[in-house]
Ligand binder design. Structure first.
Ligand SMILES: C[S@@+](CC[C@H](N)C(=O)[O-])C[C@H]1O[C@@H](n2cnc3c(N)ncnc32)[C@H](O)[C@@H]1O
Length: 357
């Protein structure tokens, strides 16, 4: 054996390779097991019925939900292992309770319920994401449009139950971000706001609640208007928040000091994004602000995994629609004529990007 070879063996013994750990790969690769377990529980209302009774046995949960014997303890104990439930006892003697988080966010009777988006994930996205491989090859949407020829908005909005599921889903995912925006953005220079694609009117209600001098309008498609009117009434915001029905591509934007779009730009391709930005610019006064609230991807496209996967979700939903970085936004708003911009981090992966006219 030559000196050289002996040297390299010694070196290898002195500094062994750090042990490689495959657990991250396995956790994400098999992540659909955990995802579907949680989604099934949310859809069935496990956390809601437990919340109503404080705690329940497996048999009580099974009886209320009409489940077969086979899966009851596997599913409930998986939820315990994943830290979504706690339990005392084993199988037939076990009593299950919610954690503070699942009791607050996943009880359908609480205002903080965020399960709408998870119910939609269970009913729609879970199945459509199975065709991501096909989307990667074709670049085409994999949702209802593939089977019925109708776009996501057309088919979801054709059935009142699915429409409600969708707008409630949006309310769940947006509440934290909108609350943060209503508190962090300086509204002192402005009097009016119009939220384009405002769904139930959540952003308008929160802005008016936290900034009582603001008068807000929530603009959305005609089918959404009655749902928004009900929501505004339930939240005692009539007089502070009004609704307007229309199509933001075919109708002029209402004039306002601040024009907001929550999770709107990412639904459209580049040409439509630019159209919406230009229409916002035209509707604003000098000094007015255009705000996009989205899961803004970091400029290097390597940190915000949720924002990047949201963009893949737009591929599944619309094909050519996509999420974007702050730098992308800056280039589009400059082209439209805006003078300056800023970014405000809201909650988790979500930020507001703001363009000033
Ligand atoms: C992804 S949701 C966002 C809802 C809400 N802004 C939020 O962030 O929670 C998109 C919204 O845009 C509305 N929308 C879609 N196409 C529209 C159009 N052409 N004109 C007006 N609103 C539209 C939908 O009805 C829906 O409420």
């Amino acid at each position: 054996m030559s000196d050289n070879r002996t040297g390299s063996i010694e070196k290898a013994i002195e500094s062994p390779q750090p042990a490689l750990d495959p657990s991250g790969i396995m956790q994400v690769g098999m992540g659909f097991w955990a995802s579907k377990t949680l989604l099934t529980a949310v859809k069935a209302g496990v956390f809601t019925i437990i919340s109503e009774s404080k705690s329940l046995s497996g048999k009580e949960i099974q009886a209320k939900l009409g489940w077969h014997d086979r899966g009851v303890y596997d599913l409930l104990d998986t939820l315990v292992a994943l830290k979504f439930l706690t339990k005392e006892g084993l199988k037939e003697t076990a009593v299950y309770s919610n954690t503070p988080e699942t009791d607050f966010f996943l009880d359908k009777n609480k205002q903080a319920y965020i399960g709408g988006i998870l119910e939609m994930a269970n009913d729609r996205l879970y199945k459509f994401w199975a065709d991501l491989d096909e989307a990667m090859v074709t670049g085409k949407a994999q949702n209802e449009i593939k089977h019925t020829g109708k776009s996501m908005f057309e088919s979801v909005y054709a059935e009142p139950e699915r429409l409600k599921l969708f707008v409630n889903g949006m309310t769940g995912i947006s509440r934290g971000n909108f609350t943060s925006f209503a508190q962090k953005f300086d509204f002192s220079k402005y009097k009016t706001m119009c939220d384009m694609g405002g769904a139930v009117g959540l952003l308008s209600c929160l802005v008016a609640e936290h900034n009582p001098h603001m008068q807000c309008t929530s603009f959305d498609l005609p089918k959404v208007e009655p749902i928004a009117q009900e929501f505004i009434k339930e939240n005692n915001m009539e007089g502070k928040v009004e609704t307007m029905a229309g199509d933001f591509f075919n109708n002029e934007f209402p004039k306002a000091d601040v024009i907001t779009m929550g999770m709107i730009l990412h639904d459209w391709n580049l040409e439509d994004k630019k159209k919406l930005i230009k229409k916002a610019y035209n509707a604003l006064p000098e000094g007015g602000a255009f705000v996009a609230i989205e899961n803004i991807i970091d400029d290097e496209r390597q940190e915000n995994a949720f924002g990047l996967m949201m963009s893949l979700n737009m591929l599944i939903e619309f094909g050519d629609a996509f999420d974007f970085t702050g730098a992308d936004f800056d280039s589009w708003i400059k082209e439209a004529g805006f003078k300056s911009s800023e970014k405000i981090h809201l909650a988790g992966p979500c930020s507001a990007v703001i363009a000033y006219k």
